[in-house]
Design a protein around this ligand. Structure first.
Ligand SMILES: Nc1ncnc2c1ncn2[C@@H]1O[C@H](COP(=O)(O)OP(=O)(O)O)[C@@H](O)[C@H]1O
Ligand SMILES: [Mg+2]
Length: 342
């Protein structure tokens, strides 16, 4: 009855639906006959003689293999090879959304840029276009999917962009923007007595803007420390990036997967003292860590000084802070409140 009363409304609804479906198509691929493919946001659909044959979900840990013969000529899924002259376009649209194979076809390693607790970061040169990137090499583990998924949600100057993710035999490789400056740990190392007040203000303003944005997206980093804050350019303190989302989590979970984590010396006491692993905590833990970084920048000293993981962790748990290094430096209160001009 609705249809007979309102044929125009019905045709309008139908049109909208068709448009909606068309909008989902990111790329229609001409493959070698009898195959065709359609890339949508969540799936790559392969058709044989116009009949659906196979759908690849666009998510980790799925993998697409590229067929490379001097240039990119196709892709392989489930041992079936599909040749197409749109392979570069397809690769661009899939970048960072699932695994690619054969990093050696696309990048040449040049040198080690940094090493953390779980990964090595290498300087690599792209074989297509001669550009330089950083490649984080991580041993295979499940947490890595979350590291990428969370990083992919952050679109702000304080975070690097992930370009592609490769799967090797024993490792994953995250290709990301290259940061050519030092990390804050390296920057502070040779500056006895800390940085100047102006330098500290610039760094803290850039860091806190990134943290504010990240928290507004419902994400907690959980491992903010000088090694995880890297300058994009040497001597430019305002272009810093907060890296390493290996321990990051969504803040709205009822229970965290790895609740007790972080680094002694920087971890918030509510995490260091956690006994009931069902207890959740909030984004303020990142602010505590940022405060520990701030203290180190200002004074050149650790907030919880000492050597050895357990010794520092005990001090961190008690959280008795000696503020006298700040008074010795006669640091005025406007260091903390007067950073708007940056
Ligand atoms: N995009 C990048 N460009 C240059 N150096 C980087 C980049 N990302 C990380 N690094 C360096 O590599 C180190 C280790 O990287 P990180 O992601 O923190 O690994 P981990 O998870 O093992 O701690 C960092 O402390 C930093 O100095
Ligand atoms: Mg790190």
């Amino acid at each position: 009855m609705f249809l007979t009363c309102c044929p125009n409304v019905y045709s309008m609804v139908l049109k909208t639906q068709i448009n909606f479906i068309d909008n989902e198509i990111l790329l229609s691929l001409d493959l070698q006959a009898p195959f065709k493919a359609i890339l949508k946001k969540d799936f790559l659909h392969i058709y044989q003689d116009n009949e659906p044959k196979f759908s690849l979900p666009i998510s980790f840990p799925n993998i697409i293999h590229w067929v490379y013969n001097k240039s990119l000529i196709g892709f392989r899924i489930n041992n079936n090879t599909y040749l197409t002259d749109q392979a570069y376009k397809l690769k661009e649209l899939l970048s960072g959304k699932l695994f690619f194979s054969k990093i050696q076809d696309f990048y040449a390693p040049l040198q080690i840029l940094g090493q953390g607790s779980s990964a090595k970061v290498l300087l690599v040169k792209s074989k297509i276009g001669d550009q330089y990137f950083a490649a984080k090499c991580v041993e295979k583990n499940e947490l890595m999917y979350q590291e990428i998924e969370i990083n992919n949600q952050l679109d702000h100057p304080a975070f690097v962009k992930i370009k592609e993710v490769f799967q090797g035999e024993t490792s994953y490789y995250i290709i990301m923007d290259l940061l050519s400056g030092k990390n804050l740990q390296q920057l502070i190392k040779n500056q006895h007595g800390g940085l100047t007040l102006e330098q500290c203000q610039k760094i803290m303003h850039a860091l806190l803007s990134g943290i504010e944005y990240m928290h507004s997206k419902g994400i907690i980093h959980r491992d903010i420390k000088p090694e995880n804050i890297v300058l994009q350019k040497t001597n430019n303190l305002t272009t810093l990036k907060l890296v390493d989302f290996g321990l990051a989590t969504y803040s709205n979970l009822k229970k965290f997967k790895y609740p007790k984590c972080g680094t002694p010396g920087y971890v918030a006491p509510e995490i260091a003292n956690l006994t009931d692993k069902d207890t959740v905590y909030g984004p303020a833990c990142d602010i505590f860590s940022a405060g520990s970084v701030f203290f180190k920048l200002l004074t050149g000293r650790d907030l919880f000084p000492g050597t050895g993981f357990n010794f520092v962790l005990q001090l961190n748990k008690k959280c008795h802070i000696d503020f006298s290094p700040l008074t010795l430096k006669k640091i005025p209160i406007n260091v903390i409140v007067n950073y708007n001009k940056y």
